[in-house]
Design a protein around this ligand. Structure first.
Ligand code: SF4
Ligand code: SF4
Length: 440
């Protein structure tokens, strides 16, 4: 009875904390500009099924992709077991779903194989990161917390799967001993082997029950911890990958979206009867903000671009194909996304502390340098490579637009070209009247 009360309290507290954190993430994402994305819903559902559910872009690198699919399937499927654990925890029952008979045996057996697969895959991922030191996992932007975050989550997965298998090993041994409460149910292909290896059969019922209960509590506390850890870690992509792909762009990747206000300005310049557009103002976190040209801070990006930042898995597949990065430039599209997310979280903390937004004297440009921004060729190799369809290029272009249009800062070669366009209507340093002189 006490165990059930404790369990319900724990479940309630973890669920409340999770809901609170999700609402905070939603609030932060909605600090971005409003954009409506709901065209071609059929194509969006198909894309989500293929890219987010089917992991189609992960398997471009077959070994890593296969291992990731095992971890992903394990995370989703083994956690069906959590449903039974919750019912058992609340009502003090044991293997309440065992009435499913043969199907239950099949489920538990499959969970065990998957749990073993997840264990092995996570161990390989740890080796790739920490011993083989693959280039994209040892880059500077992962120093500190991002690297610890990745290792912590892999170790947590290994610990959870170990607890699950050891719990079952103790359980199956208790079932064989005919211990009260441990009625025969389930198939245990992996844990039976662990039980035989670890001489569980020679242990007393009391010791086995202590092991089984410890692992049971460790497993469920670990899962509730994991649930709340997700929302403060890069592993939020487990949840956000789906909406992020659904709301992703369906336009050709290299198409750069026009700024409606600029288009309106140009139209009014060419035709004086057309009224120039009036900049829109909006209230964000208690503060009225004017529409900007391009992006100075997270408020100037769209909510979808901010969702991109929160979805980034820090896998580095974008950076590993970026021609700018590969040729030694400072730019890393992964860092662009990490900086966007970090700045958004920084802004969110100010709003949490003060109840409204108060300028902290920083912006996205405090984290992302001009050198990084101007190194981008807008080739979109990063967008193509991203397994969750994130678009770092849109953020880079919007930040450049701010530098050029609001700060008049650009590269010297571009400054000449822009002056020529303004004065001559063409990128060349000659008047329009002289353009055809080369034919003479
Ligand atoms: S679009 Fe820019 S950031 Fe992306 S891969 Fe090309 S150069 Fe790198
Ligand atoms: S933007 Fe995409 S490819 Fe790049 S690190 Fe993030 S998730 Fe990986």
């Amino acid at each position: 009875m006490i165990a059930s009360i404790l369990f319900v309290l724990l479940l309630g507290a973890a669920s409340w904390l999770f809901a609170r954190n999700i609402m905070r993430i939603r609030r932060n994402i909605l600090l971005g500009r409003d954009v409506t994305i709901n065209d071609r819903p059929g194509a969006r559902w198909a894309l989500m099924a293929r890219v987010a559910l089917g992991q189609s872009k992960m398997v471009v690198r077959p070994i890593a992709g296969f291992l990731h699919i095992i971890v992903y399937a394990g995370f989703v499927i083994v956690n069906i077991e959590v449903l039974e654990i919750i019912i058992d925890g609340i009502f003090g029952t044991h293997r309440v779903l065992s009435f499913l008979g043969g199907f239950y045996d099949f489920l538990i057996g499959s969970f065990e194989w998957l749990a073993l697969g997840v264990w092995v895959a996570c161990a390989i991922f740890l080796v790739r990161r920490n011993i083989m030191k693959l280039k994209r996992f040892v880059m500077k932007e992962l120093d500190g917390w991002p690297r610890t975050d990745a290792n912590l989550i892999l170790c947590t997965e290994i610990a959870l799967m170990t607890a699950f298998l050891v719990m079952n090993a103790a359980d199956v041994t208790l079932q064989q001993q005919g211990a009260a409460h441990y009625t025969r149910a389930g198939a245990f292909p992996v844990s039976s082997f662990i039980a035989s290896l670890t001489s569980f059969t020679s242990l007393s019922s009391g010791t086995l029950i202590a092991i089984e209960r410890t692992c049971w509590w460790f497993h469920i506390i670990g899962i509730l911890f994991f649930l709340n850890y997700l929302v403060v870690s890069k592993h939020l992509h487990i949840l956000l990958a789906f909406p992020n792909v659904w709301y992703g762009s369906l336009r050709p990747k290299t198409e750069i979206v026009n700024m409606e206000r600029i288009t309106g300005e140009v139209k009014s310049m060419l035709d004086p009867s057309v009224q120039p557009p009036v900049p829109a103002a909006r209230t964000v976190a208690g503060v009225e903000m004017q529409e900007r040209f391009g992006a100075k801070d997270v408020f100037d990006l769209s909510w979808k671009q901010l969702m991109d930042g929160m979805t980034c898995t820090e896998c580095g597949r974008c950076t590993s194909v970026c021609p700018a990065n590969l040729t030694g430039k400072l730019l890393s599209p992964r860092k662009i996304m990490m900086d966007t997310r970090d700045r958004l979280e920084e802004v969110g903390k100010v709003i949490d502390a003060k109840g409204r937004w108060e300028d902290d004297g920083k912006s996205l440009h405090s984290r992302i340098s001009e050198e990084e921004l101007w190194a981008c060729t807008t080739c979109n190799a990063c967008t193509e490579a991203c397994p969750v369809n994130i678009d770092p290029v849109g953020i880079i272009v919007d930040m450049r637009r701010y530098l050029v249009m609001e700060e008049s800062r650009t590269r010297p070669a571009l400054a000449n070209m822009l002056t020529n366009v303004e004065n001559n209507g063409a990128p060349w340093q000659m008047s329009q009247a002289d353009r055809l002189k080369w034919t003479e």
